[in-house]
Design a protein around this ligand. Structure first.
Ligand code: NAP
Length: 344
């Protein structure tokens, strides 16, 4: 295996345009890890926040962004228990360091690529499916027949959330930021979709009518989140996974407007949640990477669901990572944005 690899690295979080391609040495494989030749890298909205310095878990100083990859096992550490073989096609998660063409990972962070899936589909699956599953099923305790509001439903997490709702027999209502995304979802058989407008609380009321809302998966924040919580029936759960309303500008954070939104962000008083009989929960998935038994259990539960391959909206060559990130940051992307490592 090569003693060098290609990576995308930023010297310090703050501006997306500081991300640079770098060639760096690769050391020996740690004995408890597996070396993967990466064929595709999944992009996540969290990468945009990390590069802008708006993500609390961002490493200090220089770092390589990226939370998930898909590729081929090329070497196995001496202390790795049986299970994986050289040549196996795998998808894996990493706590940063994913924008690379070669990566060492412990076996607990890897799963086999399902038969017939492309590298790009594999790179589009782990983070967003784990996010949707952990939010809806583990924290949200979603039951068949319950009604779920999924914000940014045409995005990576959103589409996986809709797919999980279908598998579990739950009824989903999606929200999106544009008419074209609503059409995209309609073509995929999702008829109940709100294009969020200024009158979102009223739109939601009209859509729900007398039907109870049991669960909300939110990554938008602000007034949209507040209205969603207020629409929940007693025992309803609001699961917060992000706050896209703070998305940075083309190159750097929008400090003033972000500060304004931050000051006006929803705040919840637990003493008011008791009589309303509603819950607010939140999580950051990358901390789960450290909980090996939980990660393995969740991955097993997801495998048992038998979800279809995820929707890859757009594929960019590995060398065009900045353009791919800009597409994701713009809020116009549909499904997953993936980097393809040609010639890997
Ligand atoms: N907590 C966790 O562990 C965890 C893990 C993974 C992802 N997440 C969060 O889940 C969300 C979805 O992640 P993803 O990677 O699948 O991204 P995505 O949904 O594919 O893309 C982000 C979406 O956010 C929406 N959005 C709302 N306001 C925006 C704004 N001001 N600028 C840009 N986009 C805006 C856009 O969709 P619409 O306009 O259609 O709503 C956009 O397409 C993100 O907020 C992410 O940070 C959290």
């Amino acid at each position: 295996m090569t003693s060098e690899r290609n990576v995308w690295k930023i010297d310090k979080a703050g501006r997306l345009d500081r991300l640079q391609p770098v060639r760096e040495d690769v050391g020996p494989l740690p004995s408890g890890e597996v070396r993967v030749r990466v064929h595709a890298v999944g992009l996540n909205f969290a990468d945009v926040f990390a590069l802008a310095g708006l993500y609390s878990a961002t490493p200090e100083g220089a770092f390589v962004p990226g939370l998930e990859v898909c590729g081929e096992v090329v070497e196995i550490g001496a202390a790795v228990a049986e299970g994986l073989r050289v040549g196996d096609r795998v998808m894996g998660v990493t706590r940063f360091g994913g924008y690379v063409d070669q990566l060492d990972l412990p076996p607990s962070r890897l799963r086999r690529l399902p038969e017939g899936w492309s590298w790009e589909q594999g790179a589009a699956f782990p983070v967003q499916t784990l996010t949707a599953w952990y939010g809806l099923e583990t924290l949200g305790a979603l039951q068949p027949g319950q009604r779920v509001l999924v914000h940014s439903a045409a995005g990576g997490v959103g589409l996986q959330a809709l797919a999980i709702c279908r598998k579990l027999g739950a009824d989903s209502i999606g929200t999106v930021g544009s008419e074209s995304k609503r059409e995209f979802l309609r073509d995929r058989g999702h008829d109940r979709v709100i294009v969020r407008g200024r009158d979102f609380p009223e739109q939601l009321r009209r859509t729900l009518g007398d039907e109870p809302l049991h669960l909300v998966l939110d990554a938008v924040g602000g007034a949209v989140q507040r209205a969603s919580l207020e629409a929940l029936a007693p025992t309803g759960r609001l699961i917060v996974v992000g706050a896209a309303e703070f998305a940075p500008g083309r190159r750097r954070p929008r400090y003033l407007s972000s500060l304004w939104r931050y000051l006006r962000r929803p705040r919840y008083d637990p003493l008011e949640l008791i009589p309303a009989n509603r819950s607010v929960m939140a999580f950051n998935l990358i901390w789960l990477w450290e909980d090996e038994p939980l990660l393995i259990r969740l991955a097993g539960e997801i495998e048992a669901l038998g979800l279809d391959a995820p929707h890859v909206g757009k594929v960019y060559p590995f060398g065009e990572a900045p353009a791919a990130l800009e597409h994701l940051r713009s809020g116009r992307s549909v499904g997953k944005v993936v980097l393809s490592v040609q010639g890997a």
